[in-house]
Ligand binder design. Structure first.
Ligand code: NIG
Ligand code: FE
Length: 385
C-alpha cells in the first residue's frame, strides 16, 4: 500500500476512454493527440468512493446539534432520530425527487475527484420503497457519467411496522425482496447492518446467504458501535468487504485476512460522530487490504469529500499519505470488485483520472480542506462543471 510508483515528467495517453500508454514523456508513442498540459501538477486515478448512502430525502442537522450537547448516536436513534427519521422522509419522496437530490450530491462528489461511487438502498425498509430506491439507482447508472455500483441494504434497520416482530422483517427480506432484487438484477451487492439493536450475526448470515443464492455479493456493516462478530462472519461468507470495523476483534482481523475480505474504513464517521477510529494500523500490518470511503449519509457523515477522508485517515488513524491514496483508489476498486477496470493507471483500464493543482502528491493530504482539483477526466472525457 506504500508504493505509489510515481513517475516524474510523465505522459498518459487515453484513447476511446481507455488508457493506452503511460510512462516517461519522451517515450510517448506518437504526437497526434489532443494534449492537456499538466506541468507542475499531479495526475492520479480518480477516487473510488466504495460506501455511500447518497440516495435519501431530508437532512438531520438537528442531530448534529444534539450530539454537540452530549447526546449519543444511539440515544438520538432511541428518541426517534437516526436512520428511521430518514426512512420516513425517503418513503414520502418520489423516485424523481430522490434522484434530483442524488444528482446534486453526485455532481459535487465529482468536483472533488470521485469518478466511481457505490450507492446503497436502506432508507425504504419496505418492499415498495426498497425497490423504489434500487430503481432510482439503476436509472442514475444509465443517466449519469459517474460509474455507480448498486447495493441492496434492506437490512439497514428494523422498520417501525416490525418493531415487535423483527423476524418477520428478516423473512420479508429473504422470501420476497431479495428474490425480486436478484431476478430483476437491481443490485450487485447485498449489505446488512450487523449490530446490537439492528441485525444479529445469525440474521445477517441468513440475509447475506440468501443474497448469495440470488447472485448478490455480500458486504457488511460490521463492528461499528460494538464488537459484535460481523467481521468474523464476513470471513466465513468470503464477503467482498466488511465496512466500518471501529471495534473489530483480533479474531475478526484474522477471519478477514484469511479470506481476502477488504476492510472499508470510514474515518469521516468517527470524526462526525466523535466515535473511536478503526484500527487501521493493525489491519494493514496484519495484511488486510484496507480501503477508505466517505459513508456519505445524512446521519453519520454529511461529507462526500474523499480528500478530507484521506487527511483524517492520516492524522487520526496513522495511515501514511501513500497508504491513504492506495486505500481510496485501487483498494477501493477491489471493495467493489472493479480492480481490473479502475483504481490505478494501467494499460487497458478506464481513463478515469484527476489532475490536481499541487506540486507533489503529498500536498493532497497535507493541504487539507481545499479542493485541489484542476480537471476531472471520466472515461477519457473532460468534465465541465
Ligand atoms: O453507515 N451504520 C449504519 N448506517 C449508516 C448510518 C446511516 C444513518 O445514520 O442514516 C452508516 O453509518
Ligand atoms: Fe454505511
Amino acid at each position: 500500500m506504500s508504493d505509489l510508483a510515481i513517475i516524474e515528467n510523465a505522459a498518459l495517453v487515453i484513447e476511446n476512454g481507455i488508457i493506452t500508454f503511460f510512462g516517461k514523456m519522451q517515450d510517448i508513442p506518437s504526437n497526434n493527440y489532443t494534449e492537456i498540459d499538466c506541468s507542475d501538477k499531479v495526475v492520479m486515478p480518480g477516487f473510488v468512493d466504495s460506501h455511500t448512502h447518497l440516495l435519501f430525502a431530508g437532512s438531520r442537522e438537528e442531530e448534529f446539534a444534539m450530539r454537540s450537547r452530549g447526546f449519543t448516536y444511539q440515544q438520538i436513534a432511541e428518541q426517534g432520530g437516526g436512520i428511521l427519521s430518514t426512512v420516513y422522509k425517503t418513503r414520502a419522496a418520489s423516485k424523481r425527487e430522490l434522484k434530483k437530490n442524488a444528482r446534486r450530491y453526485i455532481n459535487k462528489m465529482m468536483q472533488y475527484g470521485t469518478t466511481t461511487v457505490e450507492i446503497k438502498s436502506g432508507y425504504g425498509l419496505s418492499f415498495d420503497d426498497e425497490i423504489k430506491m434500487l430503481e432510482a439507482i439503476k436509472e442514475l447508472q444509465k443517466e449519469e457519467i459517474i460509474t455507480i455500483s448498486s447495493t441492496f441494504l434492506g437490512a439497514h434497520a428494523i422498520p417501525p411496522e416490525y418493531k415487535n416482530s423483527p423476524n418477520q422483517y428478516v423473512n420479508l427480506i429473504c422470501d420476497k425482496i431479495i428474490p425480486y432484487v436478484g431476478e430483476h438484477k437491481l443490485a450487485e451487492f447485498c449489505d446488512v447492518f450487523c449490530e446490537k439493536g439492528y441485525f444479529s450475526v445469525s440474521d445477517s448470515e441468513k440475509i447475506l446467504s440468501t443474497g448469495i443464492s440470488y447472485g448478490l455479493k455480500p458486504k457488511i456493516h460490521a463492528e461499528e458501535l460494538t464488537s459484535y462478530g460481523g467481521a468474523i462472519l464476513a470471513g466465513k461468507l468470503k464477503a467482498v468487504s466488511a465496512d466500518h470495523l471501529e471495534n473489530i476483534s483480533d479474531e475478526g482481523i484474522e477471519s478477514m485476512k484469511a479470506n481476502g475480505v477488504v476492510g472499508v474504513l470510514l474515518p469521516g464517521v468517527s470524526f462526525f460522530l466523535n466515535h473511536n477510529y478503526a484500527p487501521a494500523r493493525k489491519l494493514i500490518d496484519s495484511g488486510v487490504p484496507v480501503a477508505i470511503a466517505t459513508d456519505f449519509n445524512p446521519g453519520s457523515c454529511m461529507s462526500y469529500s474523499m480528500p478530507l477522508m484521506l487527511t483524517i485517515a492520516c492524522t487520526q488513524m496513522r495511515m501514511s499519505p501513500e497508504e491513504a491514496i492506495t486505500a481510496a483508489t485501487i483498494n477501493a476498486a477491489a471493495a467493489l470488485n472493479l480492480s481490473n477496470e479502475i483504481g490505478s493507471i494501467d494499460i487497458g483500464k478506464k481513463g478515469d483520472v484527476i489532475i490536481l493543482d499541487i506540486p507533489n502528491y503529498k500536498f493532497l493530504t497535507y493541504h487539507f480542506g481545499e479542493n485541489h482539483i484542476y480537471k476531472v477526466i471520466k472515461n477519457g472525457t473532460y468534465l465541465e462543471f
